[in-house]
Design a protein around this ligand. Structure first.
Ligand code: PGA
Length: 245
């Protein structure tokens, strides 16, 4: 691990072999030594091997099955991800919560499988717009964190929490600096209750991060990096975002 900061590319279902190859052709021409953060690429599982074979990068998965192994058609197990040299795994992304009906129970099963495999989870949490408008942000985050950490004993393990307000993802509406600062403080105060070690927890912001707003967000005291969606498929934008950390 380079330092405390992370720049995570969430490629969602955007890329194919040709666009991945074009991405790295350009990205690898930039001065990557200038980068001080841990840059992690999360392609679709089907491209994990393809990108790790051709590039020296940190690899993450966008998802994992909540089952350990067995007769579960179409699923990818944590063991399979480990075989592909995955060292990070996103869970609880709002798109999976919304479009794949993932609830906290399933996310907790995934979290435990990941932690027990020595992969670092990137746990996404965040409120919907109506929750923010109704003053429910703390309650929502409390519930999302409680269900994961209530019986969590292994406080020597590292993990990443990505605060991603749902209204900000893919909308071009980045949360403002004060909102991010305040909400990250709320998250820190919630996780304190679970006797986790602060130095093992990294707090990222995600939601319409781009090369224009990255600098001001990176300067917020309690931000340890970014989870980047659409701007991460543009090599120069993603490179510039990573340099702010
Ligand atoms: P976005 O996505 O940067 O396109 O808003 C972020 C995410 O979904 O992780």
């Amino acid at each position: 691990m380079k330092n405390r900061t992370f720049c995570v590319a969430n490629w969602k279902m955007y890329m194919n072999k040709k666009s991945i190859s074009d991405f790295f052709k350009e990205y690898n021409t930039y001065n990557l030594n200038k980068n001080n953060s841990n840059v992690i690429f999360c392609p679709s599982n089907i491209h994990l091997e393809y990108i790790s074979k051709n590039n020296n990068i940190l690899l993450g998965s966008q998802n994992v099955s909540h089952f350990k192994n067995g007769a579960y058609t179409g699923q990818t197990s944590i063991e399979m991800l480990k075989n592909q040299n995955v060292s990070y795994c996103i869970i609880g992304h709002s798109e999976r919560r919304e479009f794949c009906n993932e609830d906290n129970w399933k996310i907790k099963l995934k979290f435990d499988l990941i932690i027990n495999s020595n992969i670092i989870p990137i746990l996404c949490i965040g409120e919907k717009l109506k929750d923010r408008q109704n003053g429910k942000v703390k309650n929502i985050l409390e519930k999302q964190l409680h269900d994961i950490f209530i019986n969590f004993k292994d406080n020597n393990k590292k993990f990443i929490i990505a605060y991603e307000p749902v209204w900000s993802i893919g909308s071009g509406k980045t949360a403002n600096v004060n909102t991010i600062f305040e909400t990250h403080n709320i998250i820190k105060s919630i996780i304190k209750k679970y006797s986790l070690k602060n130095e093992n927890i990294y707090l990222l912001y995600g939601g319409s991060v781009n090369e224009k707003n990255a600098k001001s967000i990176s300067e917020i005291d309690n931000v340890d990096g970014f989870l980047v969606g659409s701007a991460s498929i543009k090599p120069l934008s993603f490179y510039k975002i990573s340099l702010t950390l």
